[in-house]
Design a binder for this molecule. Sequence first.
Ligand SMILES: [Zn+2]
Length: 191
Amino acid sequence: MFKQIMPLSMMFFSLWAASGILFTDAGTAASDDKEKEEREEQEVLDFDELPEEIHPEVEEKAETLVEKAKEEDIDIKITDDFRSIKEQDGLFNKGRTFPGQIVTNAKGGESYHNYGLAIDYALEVDGKVIWDVGYDGNDNGASDWFEVADIAKDLGFEWGGDWDGFKDYPHLEMNFDYSIRELQKEYRDLP
Ligand SMILES: [Zn+2]
């Protein structure tokens, strides 16, 4: 699902608020560049070739999520991670030009899964994968599904259940502040 990102102006405001650095009036474009440079320095994403698997940092966080959920007596299964653009197109066609229910509004290239930056989870109960957001297997009065979402958010994931409009409850993504549009642009000229 394509999602709205925080407008850049808001991002810079948060940055400013957090760091106490005061940008000058002429600073918006300059800080735009600065933000970009900082991201590049982190080298979280490599734009030399299209990803073909889950991003290592996302994978590591996904493993931590499984462990931390287990500590709360919740077993989860990562049901999906990297998805090629072709696979995404196939998924998009489901319920449209192919039989079945519509499962996504994202075409190939429009999902963070296509860049290795998203995973989907589900609960695992008695060896079976279930998609029951109300299930409370650890019997603590809270939905296991939402507990997992909270742990994931603490680890830096953004949760599809927090989206306005269409909610994608199994979906977790780590977008490193790149919008889908920016990612498409960065990868566009690749062979
Ligand atoms: Zn997803």
